[in-house]
Write a protein of this length. Structure first.
Length: 158
């Protein structure tokens, strides 16, 4: 399990702030996503599946983000590539080896959603947002377990 304050201060904020994709609400949503998807970074690859990173992004989802979202937003695509010091789209495996890349792509995932991100202070609403948009009705996550995993991850490192 990662140290949640270090993930915030050393990965999420310095990755997203320079490209204007950070907010307190976004940061909390990413912490909650990591907490539930991989128990705070315990897993870098899905056990028995294809999802990658501390956020568990599937290669097909990654393709969709690059081909159907970022391809239509060349300024954002350029900003992301420049900030990560890539000249073109990285290999999928970079989601495992590069926390900044994983974080920016998890942010891009949520950027595609038109519903506003709930307040960072409303963890049940963030968990419901995560369940609806990231884990979906097909996923195994529940809102209650997501909240419990979030609290375990965050409180363990206070």
């Amino acid at each position: 399990m990662f140290n949640a304050p270090q993930l915030r201060q050393d990965v999420i904020q310095p990755t997203l702030k320079p490209i204007q994709l950070w907010s307190v609400d976004v940061e909390e949503l990413l912490i909650l996503t990591c907490a539930n998807e991989t128990l705070g970074g315990t897993y870098l690859k899905q056990v028995g599946g294809c999802a990658l990173s501390i956020y568990q992004i599937e290669p097909a989802t990654l393709d969709d983000m690059w081909n159907n979202f970022l391809a239509k937003r060349s300024d954002l695509e350029y900003k992301i590539l420049q900030s990560l010091q890539y000249v073109r789209r990285p290999l999928d495996s970079c989601l495992v080896t590069n926390l900044a890349y994983a974080t920016v792509m998890a942010r891009v995932f949520y950027l595609r959603i038109s519903d506003p991100i709930p307040s960072a202070t409303n963890i049940p609403a963030l968990a419901a947002y995560y369940k609806k948009h990231f884990n979906t009705s097909l996923g195994a996550a529940t809102i209650d377990v997501t909240i419990a995993n979030y609290h375990k991850f965050v409180i363990t490192h206070i």
